[in-house]
Design a protein around this ligand. Sequence first.
Ligand code: ZN
Ligand code: ZN
Length: 110
Amino acid sequence: MGNQISRCCKECGTQVDHLPTLVEYEGQEIFLFDPVICKNCLLNLCDTFSVKCENCGGSIPPYSQVGVLKADNGQRQFVHMNITCSTVGSAFYGYWGKGNLHHFIEIEAC
Ligand SMILES: [Zn+2]
Ligand SMILES: [Zn+2]
């Protein structure tokens, strides 16, 4: 009892006891505080919304920082924003959410 706040998964409504939700997807750990999503749903979202990293060819799961490259055809390409996958001259970065980009920021091009 007490004053514990019960949090429910935004996707399926299951109660989530521990935050952040921690899953491992293709060798990458994902910690998710917000939104509240249970493990199963988060893994499903990873399968559905992951994008391919143009740098290392691996997949970038949702709810992680991404570097954004603009391809010649106007499409966006994404790269990891982590140490193991160094970004190549990325002038943009953002936050890859559930199938769309949040907090998309343009950095001074170098
Ligand atoms: Zn769920
Ligand atoms: Zn990568």
